[in-house]
Design a protein around this ligand. Structure first.
Ligand code: FES
Length: 502
């Protein structure tokens, strides 16, 4: 019988990105049924996915045969062997690729040595020789220190990942890797999954999930008591257990902002950082027993009660700039221009608690969409955009991600280095910095001219824009005329930032 694979399993099996598989599906070159593909179809869609060096696989096949022998009585455990085999095949392919790259580098070095010898025999070119020698030494050093070690480190990480248990969630079919140093809940959140939870310390029972296969181990004490019926069905608390083997869990995940409850949490100020004259980055720490549950892109009310009892609480609403995968540390980009009262209150009351009420807003990622992503931020509209981008990156679903960050002056790209580092590190990420006059018409024209130049049409894109409301209003028809479907456009009206005039 032909094997059905989830997209993540298929990607791991043949050593391609999940987005490559999604692309084949979009092009109707690969059939998908209830989120799975059939192995024989996968082979036809990726005929070049071959494994040149089978040494590692052969060794591990022997290991697998021994393992299969030991586990023959249990089909459930046998399924884990399948998982190991798939991951080994992927590692083997990566090892083969790295060997090929190392061979190419050796050839390059031999060729250069030969050239040096030729140049050295010609005295007229002695200067050129010295120049090339110095360049070569620098290049060699760089290769030795960075490029040669990076693939090795990446391979080491892959091997570590291979050793860790994999978790599959049903009915969503989302997969993640469970680190034994974390609970199942912590690993799920770090992987960007919006699973249900509350207290995070075994009391409320909100994180309960049904264990359908595999083994878990309790790592944290739990007070919550399961009913006899729950016990017999195999329920566990994800905040108190870690995975020992590959496991399958049945649990609910939030898919829209309606699935996230309103919460009130007292947080502490962990850090403030004045990144330029106009913006302060505020980091709040939530208690371990009260992490904030939110979706990337949402905003929340912050209320600060000054130390002086007679002063009124200062209340303001800001977008959360961090990813839900980091629920313990929440980041906000607070404008400090024009004596913003909330910013002043923070500077004067660094030891005070800040009460969080929310989250609010439906400016969230459409995780079911197979489209590539374009993000546009005006000034501190970068905060919700950053949260959305970090979430999209942790999901690894989008084929490409393009960020346009628009401001009036260069220093207002206050996290420029972060965006550049994404640009350098991720092969599917592009960062475009735009500076223009703060006038609605000029800003719209400038953005549209970039979009026309860099994307011939926007048919297969989802677009997320965080900018002042009147700019969003002007952009909508212009974007539709450039091919985007209205249901694929998502707007957030920012309250703060450089004012744009009409
Ligand atoms: S989150 Fe409360 S028991 Fe797990």
């Amino acid at each position: 019988m032909d094997r059905h694979l989830s997209l993540s399993q298929a990607a791991r099996l043949i050593g391609v990105k999940r987005t490559d598989i999604q692309k084949k599906i979009q092009e109707n070159k690969l059939a998908v049924m209830e989120g799975t593909v059939v192995l024989s179809d996968l082979k036809k869609a990726f005929p070049d996915a071959t494994y040149e060096d089978n040494t590692m696989v052969e060794k591990m096949e022997k290991f697998m045969q021994d393992a299969v022998h030991k586990m023959a009585q249990s089909e459930r455990e046998g399924a884990q062997v399948d998982g190991l085999s798939r991951r080994l095949v992927k590692l083997n392919k990566e090892l083969t690729d790295e060997k090929a790259r190392a061979n190419q580098m050796e050839e390059l070095i031999d060729g250069m040595k030969q050239k040096f010898m030729e140049l050295k025999t010609n005295p007229i070119q002695e200067n050129s020789f010295n120049e090339i020698k110095s360049w070569f030494n620098t290049a060699l050093q760089a290769l030795g220190e960075e490029k040669l070690t990076t693939p090795v480190q990446s391979l080491e990480n892959q091997i570590k990942q291979f050793m860790l248990p994999h978790v599959r969630l049903l009915p969503s079919r989302h997969d993640y890797i469970s680190d034994k140093s974390e609970t199942l809940l912590e690993s799920a959140l770090r992987s960007g999954l919006a699973v249900d939870y509350g207290c995070n310390n075994g009391k409320c029972g909100k994180c309960k999930a049904k264990l359908l296969s595999g083994k878990v181990e309790k790592t944290v004490h739990q007070d919550y008591v399961f009913s006899e019926s729950e016990k017999s069905q195999g329920y566990i608390l994800t905040c108190s257990n870690t995975a020992v083997t590959d496991i399958t869990l049945e649990t609910e995940e939030a898919v829209s902002s309606d699935d996230i409850p309103l919460q009130t949490i007292n947080a502490k100020i962990k850090k403030t950082h004045q990144v330029n004259d106009d913006v302060m980055i505020l980091t709040l720490k939530t208690p371990r027993s009260q992490r904030l549950r939110f979706l990337a892109g949402q905003h929340i009310e912050l209320s600060l009660k000054p130390d002086n009892e007679e002063e009124q609480a200062i209340i303001a609403e800001y977008s959360i700039a961090s990813c839900p995968c980091e629920p313990a540390n929440l980041e906000f980009h607070i404008p400090t221009r024009a004596n913003e009262p909330f910013a002043n209150a923070i500077q004067n009351n660094l030891n005070s608690n800040i009460k969080l009420k929310g989250p609010h807003g439906s400016f969230v990622l459409n995780e079911d969409s197979p489209n590539s992503l374009i993000f546009v931020a005006w000034d501190t509209g970068f905060a919700p955009i950053k949260s959305l981008m970090e979430h999209a990156m942790s999901l690894e679903q989008a084929e490409t991600i393009h960020l346009y960050w628009m401001t009036t002056k260069v220093e207002n790209h206050y996290l420029d280095n972060l965006c550049r580092s994404w640009n350098d590190a991720l092969d599917n990420f592009t960062y475009t910095r735009i500076m223009c006059e703060a006038n609605t018409g000029v800003v719209a024209e400038s953005l549209m001219s970039h979009l026309h130049e860099e994307h011939s049409h926007l048919l297969n894109f989802d677009l997320y824009i965080a900018a002042p409301g009147h700019l969003n209003h002007l952009l909508k028809p212009l974007l539709i005329s450039h091919g985007i479907k209205s249901q694929n456009m998502h707007f957030e009206s920012i309250f703060h930032g450089d004012e744009i005039t009409d």
